[in-house]
Design a protein around this ligand. Structure first.
Ligand code: G4P
Length: 527
């Protein structure tokens, strides 16, 4: 098979949701269809339960499991499907944002009774910013929930999407009887009270099929016809091109737990989801079918073995063919590195591979060479764009609690920051280090890991910061100079030495933005 055939086969996507909407269950059912696992329950949930915020073992367990489930690949109808796992826990949201730089499309899972939840809103916003094609899956139809049309409305309003249903439920909750598949124009009913199983299908090709009418009864039949008319009248027709351009988002209904509506979703997904897409670098756009290899690191995972401190860097292949034992250019460090045991991921296992193609993810053993966002190429000096940092929500000074271990602490902090665990800011006027995170749980992870992996003891001290803004402006201008002088107490440098303003309140931020209107205040590190 040549490269372009390999590219056409691949679909790399992520599943995002608010915790508990059913992401893990859906992943598992997709794997069952791909024949990658044989029984339900094989994919372990990688979520940290809310109650576990102080449980270090739970954090460690989570890290272990999420290595195994970071990428799950399987084959379905001759397509190679790569699912990139995203942590559901909000304290790990930054990890999810970064993973979204490596997907070509996403499936958003929504719980029918809860509707659009907070975490879903944030994640979808990031997808929209990046124009990632989105498919919506409304889950748990076996439970009583919101009316399908109200929910479609809510999805449009809260998520800012332009939806078009490609399936519609027949009944809901106790009364949930099946799915009308608008995409394929057929109907699938639950076989019996025990719900649908793979391989036991009851499909009708016409809504007027007398057996179908008889099973669901006149009232449901009438409702279904009315609903289909409503859909035709109100929602735009599905158009693949518009979907790929992120102008329209198809919606499916089902129940992941009962394996209902999943096959419809998967069959449509492999037809409409994009194959690996071109990606921007600072220099030019790289197309997947280019002969020469390029890729970028979107995730780094510390190994479970603290004695060896080796890590796995996850690289998304953007173009060409990645081969084992071939030297590639690590652009930031300007040096060639060979990888003797690159890992590929299949179902829950990882194994050493010889070649990988665009869309695939390879796991490279790393002893500290990589940072999130690093580019690897066959020799060209390129830097892929699009792994920005967002303003953290929490800011704390980090203090060294053991003067003998200052070196270890500094090394540990740097390595954890390279992994993207949190963001480091160096305060200009007092030289102190501030760690910024998206969730409070991160501080426990950092403290624990610094101690256990680097032997360094630290403590944290709250710092009142409302938001971090990256500053852009003419350094020679008077207003820039004045800003630096007046706001010196609130200025820091990020890991790449960019100037960051740590505003202590929404009010002071607003006042500062108004006063220094020749400067630009950015809310992400990439602009
Ligand atoms: P997450 O990864 O998005 O956090 O969600 P997960 O799949 O773990 O699902 C959260 C809970 O919702 C699980 O129950 C799961 O069984 C249930 N669930 C998923 N899909 C459906 C569905 O279609 N219908 C119904 N009724 N429930 C569904 P749990 O009790 O938290 O965990 P477990 O003990 O069942 O594993």
């Amino acid at each position: 098979m040549n490269i372009s055939e390999e590219i056409k086969k691949r679909r790399t996507f992520g599943i995002i949701s608010h915790p508990d909407a059913g992401k893990t269950t859906l992943t598992e059912k997709l794997l069952l269809y791909g024949g990658a696992i044989q029984e339900a329950g094989a994919v372990k949930s990688n979520k940290i339960k809310k109650s576990a915020t102080s449980d270090f073992m739970e954090i460690e367990r989570q890290r272990g499991i999420s290595v195994a489930t970071s990428v799950i690949a399987f084959t379905y109808k001759n397509k190679k499907i790569n699912i990139l796992d995203t942590p559901g826990h909000k304290d790990f949201a930054e990890d999810t944002f970064r993973t979204l730089t490596a997907v070509d499309s996403v499936i958003v899972v929504i719980d029918v009774s809860k509707g659009v939840e907070e975490q879903t809103e944030k994640l979808v916003e990031v997808c929209r910013m990046r124009n990632i094609p989105i498919i919506v899956f409304i889950n748990k139809l076996d439970r009583e929930g919101k009316d399908a049309f109200d929910l479609l409305d809510e999805v449009e309003k809260k998520l800012g999407l332009n939806v078009t249903p490609l399936s519609i439920p027949i009944g809901m909750g106790y009364d949930f009887r099946g799915i009308y598949n608008i995409w394929k124009q057929n109907i699938k009913l639950f076989k019996d009270e025990k719900k649908q199983m793979i391989g036991e299908k009851k499909i009708f090709n016409s809504i007027e099929d007398p057996v179908f009418k008889n099973i669901i009864g006149d009232e449901k039949h009438k409702t279904l016809i009315e609903e289909l008319e409503l859909i035709q009248g109100v929602y735009p027709h599905f158009n693949k091109q518009k979907f790929l351009e992120s102008k329209i988002q198809p919606v499916f209904f089902g129940s992941a737990l009962n394996n209902f509506g999943i096959e419809e979703l998967l069959d449509c997904f492999i037809e409409i989801a994009p194959e690996p897409l071109p990606k921007f670098t600072n220099e030019r756009t790289v197309k997947p079918e280019e002969k020469k290899f390029t890729g970028f690191v979107f995730k780094i995972h510390a190994n479970m073995d603290p004695k060896h401190r080796d890590r796995l860097a996850f690289v998304k292949i953007v173009s060409g063919k990645f081969e084992r034992n071939i030297p590639y250019l690590h652009v930031r460090q300007d040096k060639k590195i060979k990888f003797s045991s690159p890992n590929a991921f299949f179902a829950e296992k990882k194994e050493i591979i010889d070649v990988s193609f665009p869309g695939d993810i390879v796991g490279l053993h790393d002893t500290g060479n990589f940072k999130i966002g690093d580019t690897l190429t066959s020799g060209e000096k390129l830097q892929f764009k699009g792994i920005p940092s967002f303003s953290p929500e929490y800011f704390r000074y980090i203090n060294n609690e053991d003067p003998m271990k200052a070196k270890q602490l500094s090394k540990g902090i740097n390595q954890l920051m390279d992994e993207g665990v949190a963001q480091l800011f160096n305060i200009n006027f007092n030289g102190r280090k501030v760690i910024g995170t998206v969730g409070a749980l991160q501080y426990e992870v950092i403290q624990y890991r610094l101690l256990h992996e680097y032997g360094a003891k630290c403590s944290f001290e709250n710092l009142k910061v409302h938001k971090a803004c990256w500053i852009e402006g003419d350094v020679k201008s008077n207003s820039y100079k004045e800003f630096i002088r007046i706001k010196q107490k609130f200025l820091a440098k990020d890991k790449d030495d960019n100037l960051v303003f740590l505003a202590d309140s929404a009010f002071s931020l607003q006042m500062t933005i108004e006063k220094y209107d020749t400067l630009k205040f950015h809310f992400t590190s990439e602009f």
